[in-house]
Design a protein around this ligand. Structure first.
Ligand code: NAD
Length: 272
């Protein structure tokens, strides 16, 4: 079943992570298309710089702050049509063994609980407009180094775990909200040229720098898919073929365990 969005022009949108990177590009794009936009970001100044109609400094991990942000958006603009849960973080590559207490937890709190905190308070306003929810997962490559959801990402286990869970959150929401005419799109990004991607440099991903795309292109791809009511979109599309390896599951993990390169990665992320 495809949920078709009405026109973005005249819509009211809330974008988390709207201060930088893909979120900031989305704020600009939505405004250029005639939407009213509320940007929520833990970095309030960055949210203000985004040029959003309403900028709110809030931590997506803070449930009450997110409920207040949704309420304020509806109070200010009279409705809510679109929610883009884009805010996300990771930590520099490190195994769970060497991470400090709380570092992995924070990634889960922002990426997973933060997405839940963003979308749940928005459900009733979105039902009222037959609106649309967009959540952000991840597509990683090369397989054993980046933080996607295709494989257990060494050095980024909390990230890949959170993004796998976000995918299921989106799928579940879609099932529950279809009866109300509310649609859900799940975006899976490959490497995008933002601050986040520069936090995870490593020698084997040199190829990635050639394949990286701009946050503007990423936002445009995500909005196009949203307008078309697509349930999922892999951006850029060149990574679509990677989906083929997903059903291999632990068999793929077993192959990786035999790889010398993989073992070298684990070792490099396993020392403080
Ligand atoms: N850049 C990539 O290669 C890539 C790949 C796959 C998925 N993603 C996902 O895309 C999304 C956007 O990432 P980006 O690359 O634009 O990153 P970014 O670091 O450029 O921007 C993230 C924004 O989120 C904000 N933010 C961080 N923690 C927050 C919190 N607790 N509450 C509110 N705002 C918070 C930051 O201040 C920043 O403005 C993330 O969910 C990320 O996981 C990115």
């Amino acid at each position: 079943m495809v949920h078709r969005m009405r026109d973005v022009a005249g819509a009211v949108a809330l974008v988390t992570g709207g201060g930088n990177g893909i979120g900031a590009a989305m704020v600009k794009l939505l405004r250029d298309k005639g939407a009213k936009v509320c940007a929520v970001d833990i970095d309030e100044e960055a949210a203000q710089r985004s040029g959003a109609d309403l900028a709110i400094g809030a931590d997506v991990a803070d449930r009450e702050a997110m409920a207040a942000a949704v309420d304020r958006t509806v109070a200010e603009f009279g409705k809510l049509d679109l929610v883009f849960a884009i805010a996300g973080i990771t930590h520099p590559p490190a195994t769970l063994r060497v991470l400090k207490p709380g570092e992995a937890q924070r990634v889960i709190d922002v990426n997973l609980t933060g997405t839940l905190n963003t979308v749940q308070p928005a459900i009733e306003p979105l039902i009222a407009t037959r609106g649309h929810i967009v959540v952000v997962s991840s597509m990683g490559w090369p397989a054993n180094t980046d933080y996607g959801i295709l494989l257990p990402a060494v050095g980024g286990v909390a990230y890949s775990t959170s993004k796998t869970a976000v995918e299921m959150l989106g799928r579940g929401l879609r099932m529950e909200l279809a009866q109300y005419g509310v649609g859900v799109t799940i975006g899976y990004f490959g490497p995008i040229d933002t601050a986040m991607v520069h936090l995870t440099p490593n020698p084997a991903t040199k190829a990635k720098w050639k394949l990286i795309i701009s946050p503007e292109k990423a936002a445009a791809g995500l909005l196009r898919a949203t307008e078309r009511g697509k349930v999922r979109v892999i951006i850029p599309a060149r990574w679509n073929f990677l989906n083929a390896i997903r059903p291999l599951g632990v068999h793929m993990d077993n192959l990786l365990l035999r790889s010398k390169k993989q073992r070298a990665f684990v070792r490099s992320y396993d020392s403080d």
